[in-house]
Design a protein around this ligand. Structure first.
Ligand code: AMP
Length: 279
């Protein structure tokens, strides 16, 4: 059966309201489309906690800087809808930009602290765009639970923080990063890679794994970071935004808690990110 698609907030609320009135739990999986196994694993994860799963498909202009890939971002709604139906999704919410941002929209959700380092520093304004659109999606759909990937680990922590700070009544759950055979994190942006770039991209995972090994062996964090940066350069990454060890919960410079290693680098024109827990 083709996946039902709604394009307005009003229609979304009618459907979710009917499910809730019938006593069903509702899960939400926000996406920008160009779906892959990572997105589908989140649909299946949400389905373990909710009888009905809504996926949203919205390439959010406010989280892209003017020089970034908003216009080029891959879009194929029919393919995405078929994959979602197969994964057990019940409804696709695919609003227009005008539905999400009517003229005069002037409110932004910005999160201090956790959204400042790493991608917050490399992509100014990005997390305000993400936090604003995810706040809207959560208020529009009103799900019991919403699932996000650890692939975008900082994003997951930003979302957990504003959900708590704004008392949004939803449980945020994180799913593990889906990877390809050589360890490359699945990403819609992998579609941009040429064959030779794809080979370079696959090396980021090994550099992160090596950093985790070194940290566990007791090597100093600053040394691990310098070694990782040099290894990414040698692997063929053209511009490296960061390779950093941080606290897993607050993304601060590590104190005593659990650690995580974060990398962001370009292969040619394509920017890739990945991260790994030190455990
Ligand atoms: P995107 O469409 O890239 O905005 O991602 C939508 C959701 O899918 C976000 O919660 C991402 O963290 C998650 N996601 C993207 N890639 C992966 C992956 N390889 N594994 C798990 N989750 C992912």
């Amino acid at each position: 059966m083709p996946l039902p698609i709604v394009r307005t907030i009003a229609d979304l609320r009618v459907q979710v309201g009917a499910w809730k009135a019938a006593g069903l739990h509702v899960g939400l999986v926000p996406t920008m489309g160009a779906l892959h196994e990572g997105h589908l694993s989140l649909v299946r994860l949400a389905a373990t906690r909710a009888e009905r799963v809504v996926a949203s498909l919205f390439v959010n202009p406010t989280q892209f800087a003017p020089h970034e890939d908003f216009a080029a971002y891959p879009r194929d709604e029919a393919r995405d809808a078929a994959l979602l139906a197969e994964a057990g999704c019940s409804l696709l919410f695919a609003p227009t930009v005008a539905e999400m941002y009517p003229p005069g929209a002037s409110t932004t959700v910005s999160v201090a602290g956790v959204s400042e380092p790493l991608d917050g520093a490399a992509r100014p304004g990005h997390f305000a765009g993400v936090a604003t659109v995810v706040t809207k999606l959560l208020l529009q759909a009103g799900p019991h639970v919403a699932a996000f990937g650890e692939k975008d680990y900082q994003q997951l922590q930003v979302i957990k923080r504003f959900v708590r700070d704004l008392d949004i009544p939803v449980e945020i759950i994180g799913g593990p990063t889906a990877r390809l055979e050589d360890g490359l994190a699945r990403s819609s942006r992998n579609a941009y890679l040429s064959e030779s770039e794809r080979e370079i991209a696959g090396r980021m995972n090994g550099v992160l794994a090596d950093a985790v090994r070194r940290l566990k062996a007791g090597e100093a964090q600053a040394h691990v970071e310098a070694t990782g940066l040099a290894a990414l350069e040698r692997a063929g990454f053209t511009r490296i935004d960061y390779f950093e060890v941080r606290g897993a919960d607050d993304l601060a410079r590590p104190g005593g808690g659990p650690l995580r290693v974060f990398a962001a680098a370009f292969v040619g024109k394509t920017r890739l990110i990945d991260n790994m827990a030190v455990e």
